[in-house]
Design a binder for this molecule. Structure first.
Ligand code: HAM
Length: 416
């Protein structure tokens, strides 16, 4: 084995895995396309500033996880760690606000985060994402959540659960964090030292604390959902009504925090109990302030992204349908390679799945190989340039005029 290996936290997609990924892409295209989402692809790297401003200077992603480099001309670039900020950049750059709103976009792209690798967590990974920009209505939030639920179901994700919350506006959150800090300071004797040390920096962490005493104290803590401004509370109630009407089951989780700073109002996350520690399959929410943050006009937006590898892990092993072969062209000793090559090529042009012997196997080995490939027919070119067509299912073999080989297979008729 060569000492060269794929970098830590990355992986190769081999043909055996590619079938399931292609099937997943087809589900995404069908489900999102039917709802009016158009495909977008943005560059693999962007100006570092886009993520610093978009995702947030204080987030783990920007602080610790970005692959940042100098582009050779003194400009700082970063391999994209997520897709929402780039899509908003593209929306602004291409004047999409002049199109009918909302502009609905979806992507299937690779992303890069310098995280500690483990099962379901990689340094290069793929996401299917959907963004609806230009609509503030709660129907947009509910539509997006239902589309992700449909995708997860189509892919076969097992034991999935949806957690839902609303973060209100940045101003509400600021006030709420102050209130929470006061609560925590007043109850320090019921909190772990670690939680106490983070009161100033990140008081929300107290809700995730593992120790029992802190958990008990936090039962009486103020909840952000109870502090929403009336219009935010009404927006959230409407999202919930629409999901209830659609029969989608969710858990309200007032402590749901996402690792990106741009969210306002609705946030949600699908997890799967079929996964280990990295149980987040997909998540997202509303980001009404993001486009303004990037220098554009105030524009509402909402979206989600789901990890391709996590979805496939949570779906478990499902063999992809084998790619069958209509025709395998075999060459008998001293048979014409040129005739064989032409036949395989003509067959493909006629729309058949055709393969040619390329490894110099003996005839017996070629027939075995054709069988392994699941070929319906094998054409054997002999040393007289004759073609014998073997029906692999029926087992019979007949000499066929060269011009009749392809029509015979296309008709799917048994060789007489
Ligand atoms: P995110 O929660 O950071 O959101 O990532 C979305 C999904 O990507 C996760 O639920 C997970 O399945 C997958 N993922 C994240 N990091 C990794 C990793 N290191 N390895 C494997 N899979 C991973 C966003 O990225 C937002 N842009 C979502 C969004 C779109 N919000 C609004 N619009």
């Amino acid at each position: 084995m060569s000492s060269l290996q794929a970098p830590r936290g990355t992986f190769d997609v081999l043909p055996a895995d590619a079938g399931r990924r292609t099937a997943l892409e087809e589900h995404a295209r069908r489900i999102l396309g039917a709802a009016g989402y158009g495909r977008i692809e943005t560059p693999t790297f962007e100006a570092t500033d886009l993520f610093a401003r978009g995702v947030g200077e204080a987030t783990d992603i920007v602080q610790k996880e970005m692959y940042t480099f100098d582009d050779g001309g003194g400009r700082s670039m970063t391999l994209r760690p997520e897709g929402t900020a780039p899509v908003c950049r593209a929306y602004l750059e291409h004047g999409m606000h002049k199109q009918p709103q909302p502009v609905k976009l979806w992507y299937l792209s690779s992303f890069f985060r310098a995280e500690a690798p483990q099962r379901g967590r990689y340094r290069q990974f793929w996401q299917v994402g959907a963004e609806a920009i230009g609509s503030a209505g709660p129907e947009t939030d509910a539509e997006l959540i239902l589309l992700l639920a449909d995708l997860l179901q189509a892919v076969g994700v097992r034991q999935s659960r949806l957690r839902l919350s609303s973060l209100g506006t940045a101003a509400t959150r600021r006030e709420y964090r102050e209130e929470l800090r006061s609560f925590l300071r007043a109850h320090e004797d019921g909190l772990s030292p670690e939680v106490i040390s983070r009161i100033d920096l990140n008081p929300m962490r107290a809700f995730d604390a593992g120790d029992r005493r802190t958990q008990e104290t936090m039962r009486d803590a103020p909840i952000l959902l109870d502090r929403l401004a009336p219009e935010d509370a009404e927006h959230f109630a409407e999202v919930r009504r629409l999901l209830d009407d659609a029969g989608l089951v969710y858990e309200l989780d007032p402590t749901l925090v996402r690792g990106l700073d741009y969210y306002a109002r609705t946030v949600f996350e699908f997890t799967s109990d079929a996964l280990g520690a990295q149980s987040g399959v997909g998540g997202g929410g509303r980001y009404d302030g993001l486009i303004e943050q990037l220098g554009g006009p105030a524009t509402p937006g909402c979206g989600w992204a789901a990890g391709v590898e996590r979805m496939l892990l949570a779906a478990g092993e499902q063999p992809a349908a084998a790619e069958l072969v209509d025709l395998f062209v075999a060459i008998a000793p001293n048979g014409s390679h040129q005739t064989a090559f032409k036949l395989a090529n003509d067959a493909r042009r006629a729309g058949l799945r055709a393969q040619l012997e390329l490894a110099g196997r003996g005839l017996k080995g070629q027939l075995k190989h054709a069988d392994r490939l699941g070929a319906r027919y094998v054409a054997i070119i002999d040393d007289q340039m004759r073609i014998n067509l073997k029906d692999m299912e029926a087992g019979d073999q007949t000499e066929v005029e060269p011009a009749a080989v392809i029509p015979t297979i296309l008709r799917g008729s048994r060789v007489a």
